[in-house]
Design a protein around this ligand. Structure first.
Ligand SMILES: NC(=O)c1ccc[n+]([C@@H]2O[C@H](COP(=O)([O-])OP(=O)(O)OC[C@H]3O[C@@H](n4cnc5c(N)ncnc54)[C@H](OP(=O)(O)O)[C@@H]3O)[C@@H](O)[C@H]2O)c1
Length: 217
């Protein structure tokens, strides 16, 4: 990154948790924060992948801890937050990024498929925000960034993603509600990040989906 740009976003001495940082966007969020000067806790279910990511991120000169967590399990999330506090004494930033998607038509989706997306994308985001938020309230500051999607705002058109779209819309509502809680003063802020698929490998997935569909029409 451009040096002058980095100095505008200097986060030296800050501590960030990034969930879903074993691959994909989470790694990019974590890398950006490491480059900007943050110490990091990176979290997901796959500890081996996390360790590889952590090794790579340490080249930026900051502390990086890997933590095995299933964001749908309240006890896991609590332990992740406790471990972060015990190591770093504070949490400045949470990037609530862990998420999953299924591509199943609405008429064929099982309750289990529906529920697994809701559990990860909505309950997981809530549990992490709640546990981290409690510490931020004690500290009196902090930033929570919830990762939603463009599909939290618009329909996914031809892609069969009803549970994903519903879950990301729920993240919008959850974020809006958290951001206006009266117990947050100006030093605690809750943000929404709504990426689009076009720039990443998911973009390739969607393009090939549309291509196949077009060819079969
Ligand atoms: N990529 C895009 O184009 C795009 C567009 C819009 C929105 N988004 C959103 O951005 C976020 C990241 O997307 P991505 O494309 O990078 O996805 P990805 O490559 O599939 O990565 C998802 C991450 O979430 C973790 N994860 C999934 N379930 C988890 C659980 N129960 N507990 C803990 N970690 C869990 C995965 O790690 P483990 O498997 O190791 O647990 C992985 O690190 C998601 O919320 C997604 O909805 C992505």
């Amino acid at each position: 990154m451009d040096r002058s740009l980095l100095s505008m976003y200097d986060l030296t001495g800050k501590v960030a948790i990034v969930t879903g940082a074993s691959r994909g966007l989470g790694v990019n969020f974590a890398r950006g924060l490491a480059k900007a000067g943050c110490d990091l806790v990176i979290a997901s279910r796959n500890f081996e992948s996390l360790k590889k990511v952590a090794k790579d991120l340490r080249k930026y000169g900051h502390k990086v801890i890997s933590f095995k967590v299933d964001v749908t399990v309240a006890e896991d999330v609590k332990k992740m937050v406790e471990e972060t506090i015990s190591t770093f004494k504070k949490i400045d930033i949470l990037v609530n990024n862990a998420g999953i998607a299924t591509v199943v038509s609405a008429e064929d989706m099982s309750k289990e498929e529906w529920q697994s997306v809701m559990d990860t994308n909505v309950t997981g985001v809530f549990l992490c925000a709640q546990q981290v938020g409690r510490h931020m309230l004690k500290q009196g500051y902090g930033k929570i960034i919830n990762v939603a999607s463009q599909y939290g705002i618009v329909a996914s058109s031809y892609v069969a993603q009803i549970s994903y779209v519903a879950s990301k819309s729920a993240v919008l509502g959850l974020t809006r509600e958290l951001a206006q809680l009266p117990q947050l003063d100006r030093e605690i802020e809750v943000f929404l990040n709504s990426p689009t698929a076009e720039t990443l490998y998911l973009g390739e997935f969607f393009f090939s989906f549309f291509e196949k569909r077009q060819n079969s029409d």
